[in-house]
Design a protein around this ligand. Structure first.
Ligand code: ATP
Length: 432
């Protein structure tokens, strides 16, 4: 089993690079630990996830306000939020080989993962990246790259209330980059130093927190199911008293069985009034004039971990005789390419011309459509299967007389003949 999982991880990493999902960051200069670059297919997958998330948690709701705050924030924000003092991980160094590790991630307590030497005393290491702003280099010019998107929402709480006058409960939502100087980035895009989060801060009356905690727990599970994460590999974990982040009075982690083990995918936290209180922000009910500090439920989704969980959920191999066929069984709604269009033969202008009209029609409708005329049809199918394209459309000689095309299904390999004018509806039907 362990070998199988190691293999799966290697397959995902190699497919990602080969087919243009994810590349090592700064690769031509030997890379930069903890950074990855998304290629054309990776960015398409990420955008589909972000759009679905925004649709579910912002656009389709009446109580959610989207924002996009700056990554650089006044350092007072991070003092008030507690991050300057407490956003730390325990760092240990091997007394023999001097390599550094996060103490709670060592395979064996007090033993170096690399050389088996004894590790020294732990010290707290702050994970925020500091940089200097402006031309003067003194401590007053220190700013931090945000380690979570959450604070961007807390410090805009009053702005949104003043502009839109929402009634409690309501939420702010944001998708954006966050940065953490992880001691040991590892496991591909699972633990990185630059990543994206999709977060909600949901403001409510203190007495309502349990109700909405349960509500968002359900919403998060539903989200995972909608996008196609394998729910058999999702587990909820009630995070114990000593293990919660400094701001949380209750946390449930949603863990996923990644190929390298069961690890946190998402978190749901009850942040109480910790942040608003520390920023000195309150809310006045316009009807009763009552002034309160709302409490907060925070569903937090890591985007890169979503990508990895989706790839691990979707990766499938079936065998037809000797041959192994690997494919990514993405749902059409997240799939980077929704369909590929090919002329049966590459060198027949009349087929190419017709296929190009079909390609253009579908591209105008769906955007993420690929033209593929390399190699024989079998090879094209294999290539599209590997990147998770649900449908391949082929224009052949019959098309020229009956205006029908062949549409082939990725998962079953079944082929159907449909009229050109019905292709868009055929795909739309399956998208919903
Ligand atoms: P971990 O315990 O794995 O370090 P965390 O509990 O510190 O994670 P949170 O602070 O709850 O994570 O962050 C919210 C979400 O952001 C996580 O559930 C995860 O999806 C994502 N995330 C956090 N750190 C990273 C990272 N270094 N790389 C990629 N995603 C991350």
């Amino acid at each position: 089993m362990e070998n199988e999982n190691k293999n799966l991880m290697e397959k995902i990493i190699s497919l990602s690079k080969r087919r243009g999902f994810i590349y090592q960051g700064s690769e031509v200069y030997g890379g930069l630990a903890g950074t990855w670059d998304y290629g054309p297919l990776g960015v398409a997958l990420k955008n589909n996830i972000k759009n679905l998330w925004w649709k579910m948690f912002v656009d389709s709701r009446e109580d959610m306000y989207g924002i996009d705050a700056a990554i650089l924030m006044n350092s007072e924000v991070w003092k008030s939020s507690g991050h300057v003092d407490t956003f730390t991980d325990p760092l240990v160094e091997c007394t023999k080989c001097k390599r550094r590790f996060r103490e709670d991630q060592l395979k064996e307590k007090d033993v170096c993962d690399d050389c088996g030497g004894k590790t020294g005393e732990a010290r707290q290491f702050n994970m925020m990246f500091a940089t200097q702003i402006g031309a003067v280099e003194d401590s007053s010019a220190t700013v931090y790259l945000r380690p979570e998107t959450a604070q961007g929402m807390f410090v805009n709480f009053k702005n949104v209330v003043d502009s839109f006058h929402p009634k409690l409960p309501f939420g702010l939502a944001q998708i954006g980059k966050a940065f953490r100087n992880e001691i040991t980035p590892r496991d591909f895009i699972f633990r990185v130093r630059e990543f994206e989060q999709m977060e909600i801060e949901y403001f409510l009356k203190p007495a309502d927190w349990e109700k909405y905690f349960e509500y968002f727990r359900g919403e998060m599970l539903q989200w995972m199911e909608i996008i196609g994460i394998d729910m058999n590999h999702v587990h909820e974990l009630e995070v114990g008293d000593g293990d919660r982040a400094h701001y949380s009075a209750r946390t449930v982690d949603f863990e996923f069985d990644f190929p390298f083990g069961r690890k946190e995918l998402y978190g749901l936290a009850y942040r109480t009034d910790f942040d608003l209180k520390n920023h000195g922000l309150t809310y006045q009910d316009e009807d009763t004039n009552e002034k309160i500090t709302p409490h907060v439920i925070e569903p937090s989704f890591g985007l890169d971990r979503t990508v990895l969980a989706l790839m691990a959920s979707a990766y499938t191999e079936d065998t037809n005789g000797e041959e192994v066929r690997p494919y990514l069984a993405f749902k059409p709604s997240v799939s980077p390419v929704i369909c590929a269009v090919s002329p049966l033969l590459k060198n027949k202008p009349e087929l190419r011309e017709y296929a190009h009209i079909v390609y253009r029609m579908l591209k105008d409708e769906f955007g993420r459509v690929m033209w593929d005329d390399n190699g024989n049809i079998g090879k094209r199918y294999r290539r599209q299967d590997e990147i998770g394209t649900p449908w391949c459309i082929v224009v052949d000689f019959d098309t020229l007389t009956d205006d029908s095309v062949t549409i082939r299904d990725r998962d079953t390999g079944m082929q159907e003949r449909i009229k050109k004018e019905d292709i868009v509806d055929y795909i739309k039907d399956k998208l919903n």
